[in-house]
Design a binder for this molecule. Structure first.
Ligand SMILES: [Zn+2]
Length: 80
């Protein structure tokens, strides 16, 4: 999530699988364990707001209605 410097612990679905979110690259997000557990708490919502490759933006809405958008970092080049 935006501003988090911790390593990725969990690869998850921004749009929950239980709510019909597909297991696709476009609906994937890598987050630390703490943020993954937080976004599963009541009142939190996440969705992919821009699935374009090279952008992949996830929108997070907190229980107070604050909206945060974060983008995946640039992809690493393929190994030489
Ligand atoms: Zn985090």
């Amino acid at each position: 999530m935006q501003g988090c410097e911790r390593p990725i612990d969990d690869i998850d679905h921004p749009e929950r699988h239980a709510n019909g979110g597909e297991s696709t690259r476009a609906n994937g997000q890598g987050v630390c364990e703490g943020h993954n557990l937080t976004k599963e708490a009541p009142g939190w919502r996440t969705r992919v707001s821009d699935p374009r490759p090279g952008r992949h933006e996830v929108e997070t809405v907190t229980p107070t209605g604050d909206v945060h958008r974060s983008q995946a970092p640039p992809a690493l080049p393929p190994p030489a």
